[in-house]
Design a protein around this ligand. Structure first.
Ligand code: NAP
Length: 229
């Protein structure tokens, strides 16, 4: 049995990962910005008896500190899944304004960094000693396609954060990876996406299990294919 903490677990891929981790017997700490309104996650917690809900806004340092304080468990696997995509438009897209840049970069880049920093001692005390940052192939510089600027930049930076953490935390025995979950049918991915959240979550959990000190720094998809960066 492992203790897995998943951010943004009230819907989408995070919710599917929480469900599958609990089903295989892990203890899941599932975070949501507003646990009170996270009805599906609350029902899942009741049904499985293996999920603890905690509040977390990854852009708010007080919220992050409160999560670290409330988490008495050692954490085997920290999954930094929470993310936002503001718009798919190009350079003239008015949605790419300063507020959107702040929101997307804070959530997708600073969020994983700040949550990692706050929970590092929990991960260090755990047996698993793994950190997974959910990035995207859209962050790959080699796959640049001239749109979704804040999101693409944020996901590139998320890989950069993962790679730097992998180097810094190697002497402390903590492995860090960055992952592309596939194009997934969620609120973010849309109904026309390639795969279900369940298929993505199953693949991701298997890749997180395979993360080790020899593969630390990896950037790969939910099937284990390396993403050119
Ligand atoms: N879907 C895809 O095709 C796809 C492809 C590549 C990468 N990804 C990445 O996979 C991850 C999950 O995506 P998804 O498709 O499951 O998205 P989703 O259905 O839109 O869910 C996003 C989750 O992130 C949470 N979140 C957003 N901002 C947050 C904040 N400031 N603090 C805490 N939680 C926050 C949301 O909480 P609320 O309910 O409170 O908003 C929600 O739980 C993201 O990092 C995304 O970029 C997705």
């Amino acid at each position: 049995m492992a203790v897995i903490l998943i951010t943004g677990a009230n819907r989408g891929i995070g919710f599917a990962m929480a469900r599958q981790a609990a089903a295989r017997g892990d203890e899941v700490i599932a975070t949501a910005r507003d646990p009170e309104s996270a009805n599906a996650l609350r029902a899942l917690a009741q049904e499985t008896g293996r999920i603890t809900l905690r509040a977390l806004d990854v852009t708010n340092e007080d919220s992050i500190a409160a999560l670290a304080e409330a988490t008495k468990e050692d954490v085997d696997l920290l999954v930094l899944n929470a993310g936002v995509l503001n718009s798919y438009g190009g350079v003239d897209d008015e949605a790419h304004d300063a507020g959107a840049w702040r929101d997307v970069l804070m959530t997708n880049v600073a969020g994983p960094f700040l949550v990692t920093r706050a929970l590092l001692s929990h991960v260090e005390r755990g047996q698993g000693r793994r950190i997974a940052i959910v990035s995207s192939v859209m962050g790959s510089n080699e796959r640049a396609s001239g749109n979704a600027y804040p999101y693409r930049a944020s996901k590139a930076a998320a890989v950069n954060v993962a790679r730097n953490l992998a180097v810094e935390l190697k002497p402390r025995g903590i492995a860090v990876g960055a992952y592309h979950p596939g194009w997934v049918r969620t609120d973010m991915g849309g109904g026309g996406a390639d795969i279900s959240a369940e298929d993505s979550a199953g693949g991701l959990l298997a890749r997180f299990d395979a993360l080790s000190m020899t593969t630390t720094g990896v950037f790969e998809d939910y099937k284990g294919a390396e993403i050119p960066f």
